[in-house]
Structure formats: structure tokens, C-alpha cells
Design a protein around this ligand. Structure first.
Ligand SMILES: Nc1ncnc2c1ncn2[C@@H]1O[C@H](COP(=O)(O)OP(=O)(O)OP(=O)(O)O)[C@@H](O)[C@H]1O
Ligand SMILES: [Mg+2]
Length: 148
């Protein structure tokens, strides 16, 4: 079953939206298999967003993601990567559809509340950046036969 990484970003935590956001994924049927709260340092932030190095918004992005704690979560479920990205909505909350996390709660591209891995390969890399293999919990839920 596919796994993906989400980061509940500083603005979501500061605004008291962490539970609301996590709840949407739980209600969708996703299984939480790892979770931790951390204050990202610049090294981890630059690794996580290394693909954006050199872009105009990079410094601002690193300042923002390191400005306050985040919650890193590994979610597991059918087509987890794609389903999570669709649940988050477009990068720019002003353009994201209502019903998505960004569409419902955000306004500015720099404050878009949640990160979600954008491919299976990047999900694998990002999960290993934030979690050791021993931190991923393998368990079954009785309700999964009703979700599939
Ligand atoms: N043009 C831009 N101006 C300002 N900030 C931007 C811009 N493009 C992207 N960002 C910021 O950089 C982050 C990473 O950009 P990316 O293109 O990976 O978007 P994303 O995959 O939707 O977001 P994330 O990786 O955080 O899930 C975005 O979440 C956004 O906060
Ligand atoms: Mg991205």
C-alpha cells in the first residue's frame, strides 16, 4: 500500500488547524503510520526543498518553514500520493478549489498550510529524510476492510 509524507506547516500549527487537517486525511480513510513534531533547522529545510534551490522564493521558503514547528506525518492508503495532493489543492491557496485544504483555509502561496510529496519516488526520499525505518509503525485496523 502506498505511503506519502505530509508536513503540517508552521502557519497551520500557529492557526490551530493541525487537527482539522489531520482529521480530513483520517476521514478519507488514510492510515497514520508515523508522526512527529519538530522544529526544522535550515539544513533539513534546504534538503527537503533542494529542488527549489536557486529560485527567487527559496530564501523566503526556508525562513518560513523553519520559523516555527511542523508536524511530519506518514500516511498510508490506496494511491496515497495522488489522493493527498488532490486533497491539498493547488500550490497557491487563492487558486485552490473550495473543498481542498488550501482552498478552504489559505490565501497566500507562501502560507499554504501543508506539504504533500509529489511523486512515489519523492515520497520515499522524504519519508527517509524525516523518519528512521524503525519509526514507521506496521499495524492493521479492523475498519480497513470497509475502506479497501
Ligand atoms: N512562485 C512562488 N512564489 C512564492 N512561493 C512559492 C512559489 N512557488 C512555490 N512556492 C512555495 O514553495 C513551496 C514549494 O513549491 P512546490 O512547487 O513544491 O509546491 P507544492 O508541491 O504545491 O508545495 P509543497 O512542496 O510545499 O507541498 C510551496 O508550497 C510554496 O509555499
Ligand atoms: Mg512540492
Amino acid at each position: 500500500m502506498e505511503k506519502s509524507l505530509i508536513l503540517i506547516k508552521p502557519d497551520a500549527l500557529q492557526r490551530g488547524l493541525a487537527g482539522e487537517i489531520l482529521s480530513r486525511f483520517e476521514k478519507k480513510g488514510m492510515k497514520i503510520v508515523a508522526m512527529k513534531m519538530l522544529h526544522m533547522d535550515r539544513k533539513l529545510a534546504e534538503q527537503h526543498y533542494s529542488i527549489h534551490k536557486g529560485k527567487g522564493f527559496f530564501a523566503e521558503l526556508i525562513n518560513y518553514i523553519t520559523s516555527s514547528p511542523v508536524i511530519a506525518v506518514v500516511l498510508q492508503g490506496k494511491s496515497a500520493v495522488e489522493v493527498i495532493r488532490r486533497t491539498l489543492g493547488e500550490t497557491d491557496p487563492a487558486k485552490a478549489s473550495p473543498g481542498t485544504v488550501r482552498g478552504d483555509f489559505g490565501l497566500d502561496i507562501g502560507y499554504n498550510l501543508v506539504h504533500g510529496s509529489d511523486s512515489i519516488e519523492n515520497a520515499r526520499k522524504e519519508i527517509s529524510l524525516f523518519f528512521g525505518t524503525d519509526e514507521l509503525v506496521d499495524y492493521s485496523r479492523d475498519i480497513d476492510r470497509w475502506i479497501q
